[in-house]
Design a protein around this ligand. Structure first.
Ligand code: NAD
Length: 521
Protein backbone atom coordinates (compact mmCIF):
# COMPACT_ATOMS: atom_id res chain seq x y z
CA UNK A 1 0.00 0.00 0.00
CA UNK A 2 1.06 3.60 -0.35
CA UNK A 3 0.95 5.26 3.05
CA UNK A 4 1.25 9.00 2.82
CA UNK A 5 3.67 10.37 5.37
CA UNK A 6 2.20 12.58 8.05
CA UNK A 7 4.29 15.57 7.05
CA UNK A 8 2.70 15.49 3.62
CA UNK A 9 -0.71 15.76 5.19
CA UNK A 10 0.33 18.48 7.63
CA UNK A 11 2.94 20.60 5.85
CA UNK A 12 2.27 19.80 2.23
CA UNK A 13 -1.42 20.00 1.70
CA UNK A 14 -0.71 20.90 -1.92
CA UNK A 15 1.01 17.55 -2.39
CA UNK A 16 -1.75 15.64 -0.63
CA UNK A 17 -4.25 17.13 -3.08
CA UNK A 18 -2.00 16.32 -6.00
CA UNK A 19 -1.57 12.73 -4.88
CA UNK A 20 -5.32 12.40 -4.44
CA UNK A 21 -5.96 13.74 -7.93
CA UNK A 22 -3.51 11.15 -9.25
CA UNK A 23 -5.37 8.37 -7.48
CA UNK A 24 -2.70 7.83 -4.84
CA UNK A 25 -4.52 7.33 -1.60
CA UNK A 26 -3.87 5.03 1.23
CA UNK A 27 -5.04 1.88 -0.44
CA UNK A 28 -2.63 1.46 -3.31
CA UNK A 29 0.58 -0.44 -3.47
CA UNK A 30 3.45 -0.84 -5.85
CA UNK A 31 2.33 -3.91 -7.74
CA UNK A 32 -0.72 -3.94 -9.90
CA UNK A 33 -2.21 -5.51 -12.97
CA UNK A 34 -4.95 -2.94 -13.21
CA UNK A 35 -7.80 -3.44 -10.81
CA UNK A 36 -5.77 -5.87 -8.71
CA UNK A 37 -3.11 -4.64 -6.35
CA UNK A 38 -0.91 -7.21 -4.71
CA UNK A 39 2.51 -6.63 -3.24
CA UNK A 40 3.77 -8.77 -0.42
CA UNK A 41 7.33 -7.49 -0.12
CA UNK A 42 9.05 -4.97 2.12
CA UNK A 43 8.15 -1.35 2.42
CA UNK A 44 10.32 1.21 0.66
CA UNK A 45 10.26 4.87 1.55
CA UNK A 46 10.14 7.68 -0.97
CA UNK A 47 12.02 10.77 0.24
CA UNK A 48 11.94 14.04 -1.65
CA UNK A 49 15.43 15.33 -2.51
CA UNK A 50 13.85 18.80 -2.52
CA UNK A 51 13.48 18.99 1.28
CA UNK A 52 14.56 15.55 2.49
CA UNK A 53 11.09 14.77 3.76
CA UNK A 54 9.42 11.39 3.61
CA UNK A 55 6.60 11.51 1.08
CA UNK A 56 5.22 8.01 1.37
CA UNK A 57 5.92 4.35 2.02
CA UNK A 58 5.24 1.84 -0.71
CA UNK A 59 4.96 -1.92 -0.33
CA UNK A 60 7.02 -3.56 -3.07
CA UNK A 61 6.47 -6.62 -5.24
CA UNK A 62 8.29 -9.88 -4.63
CA UNK A 63 9.27 -12.62 -7.07
CA UNK A 64 5.98 -14.40 -6.25
CA UNK A 65 4.03 -11.25 -7.05
CA UNK A 66 5.95 -11.11 -10.32
CA UNK A 67 4.64 -14.54 -11.23
CA UNK A 68 1.02 -13.42 -10.72
CA UNK A 69 1.60 -10.31 -12.81
CA UNK A 70 3.05 -12.30 -15.73
CA UNK A 71 0.09 -14.67 -15.69
CA UNK A 72 -2.42 -11.81 -15.85
CA UNK A 73 -0.41 -10.03 -18.58
CA UNK A 74 -0.23 -13.24 -20.64
CA UNK A 75 -4.03 -13.52 -20.58
CA UNK A 76 -4.45 -9.82 -21.39
CA UNK A 77 -2.23 -10.21 -24.47
CA UNK A 78 -4.61 -12.80 -25.93
CA UNK A 79 -7.33 -10.15 -25.87
CA UNK A 80 -5.31 -7.05 -26.77
CA UNK A 81 -3.54 -8.51 -29.83
CA UNK A 82 -6.96 -9.02 -31.47
CA UNK A 83 -8.12 -5.43 -30.98
CA UNK A 84 -7.55 -3.64 -34.34
CA UNK A 85 -4.51 -1.37 -34.17
CA UNK A 86 -6.44 1.92 -34.82
CA UNK A 87 -8.79 0.97 -31.96
CA UNK A 88 -5.76 0.42 -29.72
CA UNK A 89 -4.66 3.86 -30.89
CA UNK A 90 -7.98 5.30 -29.74
CA UNK A 91 -7.30 4.01 -26.20
CA UNK A 92 -3.85 5.63 -26.28
CA UNK A 93 -5.47 8.87 -27.48
CA UNK A 94 -7.74 8.81 -24.43
CA UNK A 95 -4.73 8.19 -22.19
CA UNK A 96 -3.02 11.23 -23.74
CA UNK A 97 -6.16 13.31 -23.03
CA UNK A 98 -6.14 12.23 -19.36
CA UNK A 99 -2.48 13.24 -19.17
CA UNK A 100 -3.37 16.66 -20.57
CA UNK A 101 -5.94 17.09 -17.81
CA UNK A 102 -3.50 15.98 -15.10
CA UNK A 103 -0.35 17.57 -16.51
CA UNK A 104 0.09 20.11 -13.71
CA UNK A 105 -0.38 17.61 -10.90
CA UNK A 106 1.81 14.92 -12.42
CA UNK A 107 4.50 17.46 -13.39
CA UNK A 108 4.59 18.78 -9.83
CA UNK A 109 4.89 15.28 -8.42
CA UNK A 110 7.79 14.54 -10.82
CA UNK A 111 9.51 17.71 -9.66
CA UNK A 112 8.95 17.01 -5.95
CA UNK A 113 9.81 13.29 -5.95
CA UNK A 114 12.73 13.39 -8.42
CA UNK A 115 14.02 16.92 -7.83
CA UNK A 116 14.04 18.32 -11.39
CA UNK A 117 12.72 21.82 -11.99
CA UNK A 118 8.97 22.28 -12.25
CA UNK A 119 9.37 23.33 -15.90
CA UNK A 120 11.24 20.09 -16.62
CA UNK A 121 8.64 18.07 -14.69
CA UNK A 122 5.88 19.60 -16.80
CA UNK A 123 8.05 19.09 -19.89
CA UNK A 124 8.32 15.41 -19.09
CA UNK A 125 4.55 15.05 -18.94
CA UNK A 126 4.31 16.99 -22.22
CA UNK A 127 6.65 14.40 -23.78
CA UNK A 128 4.22 11.70 -22.62
CA UNK A 129 1.37 13.56 -24.29
CA UNK A 130 3.40 14.04 -27.48
CA UNK A 131 4.32 10.35 -27.75
CA UNK A 132 0.65 9.42 -27.26
CA UNK A 133 -0.27 11.70 -30.20
CA UNK A 134 2.54 10.18 -32.25
CA UNK A 135 1.50 6.63 -31.37
CA UNK A 136 -2.12 7.30 -32.34
CA UNK A 137 -0.93 8.23 -35.85
CA UNK A 138 1.40 5.23 -36.04
CA UNK A 139 -1.48 2.92 -35.08
CA UNK A 140 -2.77 3.48 -38.64
CA UNK A 141 0.67 3.11 -40.22
CA UNK A 142 2.09 -0.25 -39.11
CA UNK A 143 3.14 -0.77 -42.70
CA UNK A 144 4.81 -3.82 -44.19
CA UNK A 145 6.39 -3.95 -47.66
CA UNK A 146 5.16 -5.93 -50.62
CA UNK A 147 7.63 -7.35 -53.12
CA UNK A 148 7.52 -9.10 -56.47
CA UNK A 149 7.96 -12.84 -56.22
CA UNK A 150 10.43 -14.54 -58.59
CA UNK A 151 7.81 -17.28 -59.07
CA UNK A 152 4.84 -16.95 -61.40
CA UNK A 153 1.39 -16.43 -59.79
CA UNK A 154 2.90 -15.82 -56.38
CA UNK A 155 2.59 -12.83 -54.14
CA UNK A 156 4.99 -11.87 -51.35
CA UNK A 157 4.62 -9.41 -48.57
CA UNK A 158 5.74 -8.62 -45.03
CA UNK A 159 3.49 -7.98 -42.09
CA UNK A 160 4.10 -7.02 -38.48
CA UNK A 161 2.61 -8.86 -35.52
CA UNK A 162 2.66 -7.98 -31.82
CA UNK A 163 5.39 -9.55 -29.70
CA UNK A 164 3.62 -10.22 -26.38
CA UNK A 165 4.76 -8.90 -23.01
CA UNK A 166 7.16 -5.96 -23.11
CA UNK A 167 9.17 -5.54 -19.89
CA UNK A 168 10.06 -1.90 -19.22
CA UNK A 169 12.82 -1.08 -16.72
CA UNK A 170 13.24 2.66 -16.16
CA UNK A 171 15.74 4.99 -14.48
CA UNK A 172 15.04 7.51 -11.73
CA UNK A 173 15.87 10.63 -13.77
CA UNK A 174 12.97 10.34 -16.20
CA UNK A 175 10.38 8.83 -13.87
CA UNK A 176 7.41 9.10 -16.25
CA UNK A 177 8.36 10.00 -19.87
CA UNK A 178 10.62 7.07 -20.72
CA UNK A 179 7.98 4.60 -19.61
CA UNK A 180 5.45 6.21 -21.92
CA UNK A 181 7.91 6.38 -24.84
CA UNK A 182 7.92 2.61 -24.62
CA UNK A 183 4.40 1.83 -23.48
CA UNK A 184 2.50 4.08 -25.93
CA UNK A 185 4.21 2.37 -28.88
CA UNK A 186 4.00 -1.09 -27.35
CA UNK A 187 0.25 -0.68 -26.76
CA UNK A 188 -0.58 0.41 -30.31
CA UNK A 189 1.57 -2.48 -31.58
CA UNK A 190 -0.68 -4.88 -29.64
CA UNK A 191 1.75 -5.67 -26.82
CA UNK A 192 1.07 -5.56 -23.11
CA UNK A 193 3.54 -3.98 -20.67
CA UNK A 194 5.05 -4.79 -17.30
CA UNK A 195 6.80 -1.73 -15.88
CA UNK A 196 9.54 -1.94 -13.28
CA UNK A 197 10.30 1.69 -12.39
CA UNK A 198 13.23 2.91 -10.32
CA UNK A 199 12.46 2.38 -6.63
CA UNK A 200 13.75 5.93 -6.03
CA UNK A 201 10.59 7.38 -7.64
CA UNK A 202 7.74 4.92 -6.96
CA UNK A 203 4.96 7.49 -6.58
CA UNK A 204 5.40 8.82 -10.10
CA UNK A 205 4.96 5.26 -11.37
CA UNK A 206 1.88 4.59 -9.24
CA UNK A 207 0.38 7.88 -10.50
CA UNK A 208 0.91 7.03 -14.20
CA UNK A 209 -0.48 3.57 -13.66
CA UNK A 210 -3.58 4.96 -11.92
CA UNK A 211 -4.21 7.29 -14.85
CA UNK A 212 -4.02 4.31 -17.23
CA UNK A 213 -6.42 2.38 -14.99
CA UNK A 214 -9.01 5.16 -15.29
CA UNK A 215 -8.88 4.82 -19.08
CA UNK A 216 -8.90 1.01 -18.96
CA UNK A 217 -11.95 1.04 -16.69
CA UNK A 218 -13.86 3.54 -18.84
CA UNK A 219 -13.32 1.23 -21.84
CA UNK A 220 -14.06 -2.05 -20.04
CA UNK A 221 -10.60 -3.37 -20.84
CA UNK A 222 -9.37 -6.46 -19.03
CA UNK A 223 -6.65 -5.97 -16.44
CA UNK A 224 -3.07 -6.71 -17.41
CA UNK A 225 -2.58 -4.54 -20.50
CA UNK A 226 -0.46 -2.30 -18.29
CA UNK A 227 1.10 -3.77 -15.15
CA UNK A 228 3.27 -2.16 -12.50
CA UNK A 229 5.99 -3.78 -10.41
CA UNK A 230 7.60 -1.43 -7.91
CA UNK A 231 10.37 -3.78 -6.90
CA UNK A 232 14.11 -4.16 -6.40
CA UNK A 233 16.54 -4.97 -9.23
CA UNK A 234 16.31 -8.72 -8.49
CA UNK A 235 12.70 -8.77 -9.75
CA UNK A 236 13.90 -6.91 -12.85
CA UNK A 237 16.49 -9.66 -13.39
CA UNK A 238 13.77 -12.29 -13.18
CA UNK A 239 11.98 -10.53 -16.03
CA UNK A 240 15.22 -10.56 -18.07
CA UNK A 241 15.50 -14.33 -17.64
CA UNK A 242 11.84 -15.03 -18.44
CA UNK A 243 11.04 -16.52 -21.87
CA UNK A 244 7.49 -15.24 -21.54
CA UNK A 245 8.83 -11.68 -21.94
CA UNK A 246 10.07 -11.45 -25.54
CA UNK A 247 11.30 -7.86 -25.26
CA UNK A 248 12.92 -6.02 -22.36
CA UNK A 249 13.46 -2.28 -22.80
CA UNK A 250 15.87 -1.07 -20.13
CA UNK A 251 16.92 2.49 -19.38
CA UNK A 252 19.66 2.93 -16.81
CA UNK A 253 23.37 2.77 -16.17
CA UNK A 254 25.77 0.83 -18.38
CA UNK A 255 26.44 -1.42 -15.38
CA UNK A 256 22.79 -2.51 -15.16
CA UNK A 257 22.46 -2.58 -18.97
CA UNK A 258 25.24 -5.17 -19.15
CA UNK A 259 23.35 -7.44 -16.75
CA UNK A 260 20.06 -6.94 -18.60
CA UNK A 261 21.56 -7.32 -22.10
CA UNK A 262 23.47 -10.48 -21.20
CA UNK A 263 20.55 -12.19 -19.46
CA UNK A 264 18.08 -11.39 -22.25
CA UNK A 265 20.52 -12.42 -25.02
CA UNK A 266 21.26 -15.65 -23.20
CA UNK A 267 17.71 -16.80 -23.89
CA UNK A 268 17.60 -15.23 -27.40
CA UNK A 269 15.18 -12.57 -26.21
CA UNK A 270 15.30 -9.02 -27.54
CA UNK A 271 16.37 -5.94 -25.66
CA UNK A 272 16.31 -2.20 -26.20
CA UNK A 273 19.15 -0.74 -24.12
CA UNK A 274 19.22 3.00 -23.33
CA UNK A 275 22.26 3.46 -21.11
CA UNK A 276 24.80 6.02 -19.94
CA UNK A 277 26.14 8.91 -21.99
CA UNK A 278 29.31 11.03 -21.95
CA UNK A 279 28.26 13.81 -24.22
CA UNK A 280 30.50 16.47 -25.70
CA UNK A 281 30.07 19.80 -27.45
CA UNK A 282 32.74 20.99 -29.89
CA UNK A 283 32.99 24.78 -30.07
CA UNK A 284 34.81 26.00 -33.17
CA UNK A 285 36.12 29.53 -33.86
CA UNK A 286 33.11 29.91 -36.18
CA UNK A 287 30.55 29.46 -33.42
CA UNK A 288 27.97 32.12 -32.59
CA UNK A 289 28.91 32.16 -28.90
CA UNK A 290 26.12 34.48 -27.87
CA UNK A 291 23.53 32.09 -29.30
CA UNK A 292 25.08 28.82 -28.17
CA UNK A 293 26.28 29.53 -24.61
CA UNK A 294 22.84 29.29 -22.94
CA UNK A 295 22.36 25.85 -24.56
CA UNK A 296 25.77 24.74 -23.32
CA UNK A 297 25.16 25.93 -19.75
CA UNK A 298 21.66 24.41 -19.66
CA UNK A 299 23.03 21.17 -21.10
CA UNK A 300 25.66 21.03 -18.35
CA UNK A 301 23.66 21.99 -15.25
CA UNK A 302 20.01 21.28 -16.18
CA UNK A 303 18.42 18.52 -14.04
CA UNK A 304 21.56 19.01 -11.88
CA UNK A 305 23.60 17.12 -14.48
CA UNK A 306 21.35 14.06 -14.16
CA UNK A 307 20.29 13.61 -17.78
CA UNK A 308 21.67 10.85 -19.93
CA UNK A 309 22.22 13.64 -22.50
CA UNK A 310 23.87 16.10 -20.07
CA UNK A 311 26.88 17.92 -21.56
CA UNK A 312 29.87 16.49 -19.71
CA UNK A 313 32.75 17.60 -21.96
CA UNK A 314 33.45 20.82 -23.85
CA UNK A 315 36.05 20.63 -26.61
CA UNK A 316 37.02 24.20 -27.43
CA UNK A 317 39.28 25.54 -30.19
CA UNK A 318 42.51 26.97 -28.73
CA UNK A 319 41.97 30.41 -30.32
CA UNK A 320 38.71 31.00 -28.40
CA UNK A 321 39.50 28.84 -25.36
CA UNK A 322 40.25 31.67 -22.90
CA UNK A 323 37.25 33.71 -24.02
CA UNK A 324 34.82 30.76 -23.70
CA UNK A 325 36.33 29.79 -20.35
CA UNK A 326 35.78 33.28 -18.90
CA UNK A 327 32.22 33.44 -20.25
CA UNK A 328 31.42 30.06 -18.69
CA UNK A 329 32.87 31.04 -15.33
CA UNK A 330 30.80 34.20 -15.38
CA UNK A 331 27.62 32.29 -16.36
CA UNK A 332 28.15 29.73 -13.58
CA UNK A 333 28.47 32.57 -11.04
CA UNK A 334 24.94 33.65 -11.92
CA UNK A 335 23.34 30.22 -11.39
CA UNK A 336 20.70 30.08 -8.67
CA UNK A 337 20.64 26.75 -6.84
CA UNK A 338 17.60 25.85 -4.77
CA UNK A 339 14.10 24.42 -4.54
CA UNK A 340 13.21 23.23 -8.06
CA UNK A 341 9.53 24.03 -7.52
CA UNK A 342 10.57 27.70 -7.41
CA UNK A 343 10.86 28.79 -11.03
CA UNK A 344 13.51 31.39 -10.15
CA UNK A 345 16.06 28.64 -9.51
CA UNK A 346 18.19 27.14 -12.28
CA UNK A 347 19.60 24.08 -10.48
CA UNK A 348 17.82 21.70 -8.11
CA UNK A 349 19.14 18.85 -5.95
CA UNK A 350 20.78 15.53 -6.78
CA UNK A 351 18.54 12.51 -6.26
CA UNK A 352 20.06 11.38 -2.93
CA UNK A 353 23.11 11.46 -0.68
CA UNK A 354 24.78 8.59 -2.53
CA UNK A 355 24.72 10.71 -5.66
CA UNK A 356 26.31 13.55 -3.65
CA UNK A 357 29.07 11.15 -2.56
CA UNK A 358 29.75 10.11 -6.19
CA UNK A 359 29.92 13.78 -7.17
CA UNK A 360 32.47 14.58 -4.43
CA UNK A 361 34.59 11.53 -5.27
CA UNK A 362 34.64 12.51 -8.95
CA UNK A 363 35.89 16.01 -8.13
CA UNK A 364 38.65 14.50 -5.96
CA UNK A 365 39.57 12.13 -8.77
CA UNK A 366 39.85 14.80 -11.45
CA UNK A 367 42.18 16.75 -9.17
CA UNK A 368 44.21 13.60 -8.39
CA UNK A 369 44.61 12.91 -12.12
CA UNK A 370 46.01 16.40 -12.73
CA UNK A 371 42.87 18.40 -13.57
CA UNK A 372 42.47 22.05 -12.57
CA UNK A 373 39.26 23.25 -10.92
CA UNK A 374 37.96 26.46 -12.51
CA UNK A 375 34.59 26.68 -10.76
CA UNK A 376 34.73 24.84 -7.44
CA UNK A 377 32.05 22.39 -6.42
CA UNK A 378 30.78 21.63 -2.93
CA UNK A 379 27.69 20.69 -0.99
CA UNK A 380 25.34 23.50 0.05
CA UNK A 381 24.18 23.74 3.64
CA UNK A 382 21.72 25.83 5.61
CA UNK A 383 18.22 27.06 5.04
CA UNK A 384 16.61 25.57 1.95
CA UNK A 385 19.34 22.94 1.62
CA UNK A 386 18.28 20.65 4.50
CA UNK A 387 18.03 17.55 2.27
CA UNK A 388 21.82 17.59 1.88
CA UNK A 389 21.39 16.94 -1.86
CA UNK A 390 22.14 20.41 -3.29
CA UNK A 391 25.58 20.76 -4.88
CA UNK A 392 27.38 23.50 -6.78
CA UNK A 393 27.89 22.92 -10.50
CA UNK A 394 31.62 22.56 -11.06
CA UNK A 395 33.96 23.14 -14.03
CA UNK A 396 37.38 21.50 -14.34
CA UNK A 397 40.09 21.68 -16.99
CA UNK A 398 40.88 18.07 -17.76
CA UNK A 399 42.34 15.72 -20.34
CA UNK A 400 40.02 13.44 -22.27
CA UNK A 401 42.11 10.38 -21.38
CA UNK A 402 41.67 10.84 -17.58
CA UNK A 403 39.82 7.79 -16.31
CA UNK A 404 37.28 10.00 -14.52
CA UNK A 405 36.55 11.88 -17.77
CA UNK A 406 35.93 8.56 -19.53
CA UNK A 407 33.34 7.71 -16.88
CA UNK A 408 29.78 9.09 -16.59
CA UNK A 409 29.33 10.85 -13.24
CA UNK A 410 25.64 11.63 -12.88
CA UNK A 411 26.17 15.15 -11.47
CA UNK A 412 26.89 18.71 -12.69
CA UNK A 413 30.62 18.42 -13.38
CA UNK A 414 31.81 19.84 -16.71
CA UNK A 415 35.25 18.97 -18.12
CA UNK A 416 36.75 21.42 -20.60
CA UNK A 417 39.67 20.86 -22.97
CA UNK A 418 41.40 22.45 -26.01
CA UNK A 419 41.83 21.34 -29.61
CA UNK A 420 43.79 22.60 -32.65
CA UNK A 421 42.18 20.89 -35.68
CA UNK A 422 38.63 19.68 -36.27
CA UNK A 423 39.91 16.14 -36.92
CA UNK A 424 41.48 16.20 -33.48
CA UNK A 425 38.27 17.56 -31.89
CA UNK A 426 36.15 14.81 -33.46
CA UNK A 427 38.69 12.21 -32.36
CA UNK A 428 38.44 13.52 -28.78
CA UNK A 429 34.65 13.59 -28.92
CA UNK A 430 34.54 9.96 -30.07
CA UNK A 431 37.26 8.68 -27.71
CA UNK A 432 35.00 7.61 -24.85
CA UNK A 433 33.23 4.29 -24.30
CA UNK A 434 29.75 5.87 -24.54
CA UNK A 435 28.00 7.15 -27.70
CA UNK A 436 24.75 8.93 -26.91
CA UNK A 437 24.64 12.64 -27.79
CA UNK A 438 27.03 15.16 -29.35
CA UNK A 439 27.02 18.60 -30.91
CA UNK A 440 29.10 21.10 -32.78
CA UNK A 441 28.73 24.85 -32.53
CA UNK A 442 29.71 26.43 -35.85
CA UNK A 443 28.33 28.59 -38.63
CA UNK A 444 30.80 27.03 -41.08
CA UNK A 445 29.08 24.55 -43.40
CA UNK A 446 32.20 22.44 -43.97
CA UNK A 447 32.78 21.99 -40.25
CA UNK A 448 29.12 21.10 -39.64
CA UNK A 449 28.98 18.62 -42.50
CA UNK A 450 32.28 16.95 -41.49
CA UNK A 451 30.87 16.49 -37.98
CA UNK A 452 27.76 14.81 -39.41
CA UNK A 453 29.63 12.73 -42.02
CA UNK A 454 30.84 9.12 -41.80
CA UNK A 455 34.10 10.55 -40.43
CA UNK A 456 32.28 12.63 -37.83
CA UNK A 457 30.46 11.96 -34.58
CA UNK A 458 29.97 8.29 -33.69
CA UNK A 459 26.93 9.03 -31.49
CA UNK A 460 23.26 8.16 -31.90
CA UNK A 461 22.46 11.88 -31.73
CA UNK A 462 24.57 14.54 -33.48
CA UNK A 463 23.39 18.17 -33.42
CA UNK A 464 24.52 21.43 -34.99
CA UNK A 465 24.13 24.68 -33.05
CA UNK A 466 21.98 23.17 -30.34
CA UNK A 467 23.21 21.46 -27.18
CA UNK A 468 23.39 17.76 -26.38
CA UNK A 469 20.50 17.58 -23.95
CA UNK A 470 16.83 17.16 -24.76
CA UNK A 471 15.31 15.36 -27.70
CA UNK A 472 12.10 15.62 -29.66
CA UNK A 473 9.91 12.53 -29.61
CA UNK A 474 9.62 12.52 -33.43
CA UNK A 475 13.17 11.22 -33.90
CA UNK A 476 14.50 7.80 -32.90
CA UNK A 477 16.28 8.22 -29.56
CA UNK A 478 19.30 6.22 -28.41
CA UNK A 479 23.04 5.81 -28.65
CA UNK A 480 25.91 3.59 -29.73
CA UNK A 481 28.72 1.68 -27.97
CA UNK A 482 28.20 1.43 -24.18
CA UNK A 483 25.00 3.46 -24.50
CA UNK A 484 23.55 0.17 -25.70
CA UNK A 485 22.44 0.64 -29.34
CA UNK A 486 18.72 0.81 -28.60
CA UNK A 487 16.29 3.18 -30.31
CA UNK A 488 12.95 4.22 -28.93
CA UNK A 489 10.32 6.94 -29.34
CA UNK A 490 9.86 8.35 -32.88
CA UNK A 491 10.71 7.50 -36.50
CA UNK A 492 10.33 3.75 -37.12
CA UNK A 493 11.20 2.70 -33.54
CA UNK A 494 7.79 0.96 -33.37
CA UNK A 495 9.32 -1.92 -35.33
CA UNK A 496 11.28 -2.98 -32.24
CA UNK A 497 7.97 -3.78 -30.50
CA UNK A 498 6.74 -6.14 -33.23
CA UNK A 499 7.85 -9.28 -35.04
CA UNK A 500 8.16 -9.26 -38.81
CA UNK A 501 6.68 -12.07 -40.85
CA UNK A 502 7.27 -12.70 -44.57
CA UNK A 503 4.33 -14.30 -46.38
CA UNK A 504 4.38 -15.96 -49.80
CA UNK A 505 1.07 -16.91 -51.39
CA UNK A 506 0.73 -19.19 -54.42
CA UNK A 507 -2.47 -18.44 -56.33
CA UNK A 508 -1.48 -20.45 -59.44
CA UNK A 509 -2.13 -24.04 -60.45
CA UNK A 510 1.45 -25.28 -60.08
CA UNK A 511 3.80 -25.49 -57.13
CA UNK A 512 7.05 -23.89 -58.25
CA UNK A 513 10.03 -24.64 -56.05
CA UNK A 514 12.54 -21.84 -55.58
CA UNK A 515 16.07 -21.90 -57.07
CA UNK A 516 14.72 -23.80 -60.11
CA UNK A 517 14.66 -27.09 -58.19
CA UNK A 518 12.68 -29.89 -59.88
CA UNK A 519 11.17 -32.52 -57.62
CA UNK A 520 9.04 -34.73 -59.87
CA UNK A 521 7.36 -37.87 -58.63
P1 NAD B 1 20.36 2.29 -12.60
O1 NAD B 1 21.12 1.56 -13.63
O2 NAD B 1 20.87 2.32 -11.23
O3 NAD B 1 18.84 1.74 -12.52
C1 NAD B 1 18.01 1.68 -13.67
C2 NAD B 1 16.89 0.68 -13.42
O4 NAD B 1 17.46 -0.63 -13.41
C3 NAD B 1 16.16 0.85 -12.10
O5 NAD B 1 14.78 0.60 -12.29
C4 NAD B 1 16.77 -0.25 -11.24
O6 NAD B 1 15.93 -0.68 -10.19
C5 NAD B 1 16.97 -1.34 -12.27
N1 NAD B 1 17.92 -2.39 -11.89
C6 NAD B 1 18.95 -2.31 -11.02
N2 NAD B 1 19.61 -3.48 -10.97
C7 NAD B 1 19.00 -4.31 -11.87
C8 NAD B 1 19.22 -5.65 -12.28
N3 NAD B 1 20.22 -6.36 -11.78
N4 NAD B 1 18.39 -6.20 -13.21
C9 NAD B 1 17.37 -5.47 -13.74
N5 NAD B 1 17.12 -4.19 -13.37
C10 NAD B 1 17.92 -3.62 -12.45
O7 NAD B 1 20.18 3.80 -13.18
P2 NAD B 1 19.63 5.10 -12.47
O8 NAD B 1 20.60 5.55 -11.44
O9 NAD B 1 18.21 4.91 -12.07
O10 NAD B 1 19.63 6.12 -13.71
C11 NAD B 1 20.77 6.79 -14.16
C12 NAD B 1 21.40 6.10 -15.35
O11 NAD B 1 20.44 5.90 -16.38
C13 NAD B 1 22.51 6.94 -15.98
O12 NAD B 1 23.57 6.11 -16.33
C14 NAD B 1 21.83 7.53 -17.22
O13 NAD B 1 22.72 7.91 -18.23
C15 NAD B 1 20.97 6.38 -17.63
N6 NAD B 1 19.86 6.86 -18.47
C16 NAD B 1 19.95 6.61 -19.82
C17 NAD B 1 18.97 7.08 -20.67
C18 NAD B 1 19.06 6.83 -22.14
O14 NAD B 1 18.04 6.99 -22.82
N7 NAD B 1 20.20 6.47 -22.70
C19 NAD B 1 17.88 7.80 -20.15
C20 NAD B 1 17.82 8.02 -18.78
C21 NAD B 1 18.83 7.54 -17.94
Amino acid sequence: MVILATNIKNDYTFMENILKSLGIQEINNGCSTGTNYFASGDVIESFSPVDGKLIAKVKVATENDYEKVVQVATEAFKFWRNVPAPKRGEIVRQYGEKLRAKKNDLGKLVSYEMGKSLQEGLGEVQEMIDICDFAVGVSRQLYGLTMHSERESHRMYEQWHPLGIVGIISAFNFPVAVWNWNSALAWICGDVCIWKPSSKVPLCAVACHNIWNEVAKANNLPEGISCLLVSPGSVGEKMCEDNRVPLVSATGSTRVGKIVGTKVANRFGRSILELGGNNAVIITPNADLQACLPGIVFGSVGTAGQRCTTTRRLIIHEDIYEDVKQKLISAYKQLRIGNPLDENNHVGPLIDKNAVKDYLVSIERVIAEGGKILVPGGVLEGKGYESGCYVKPCIAEAKNEFSIVQHETFAPILYIMKYKTLDEAIELQNSVPQGLSSSIMTLNMREAEQFLSTNGSDCGIANVNIGTSGAEIGGAFGGEKETGGGRESGSDSWKAYMRRQTNTINYGTKLTLSQGIKFDF
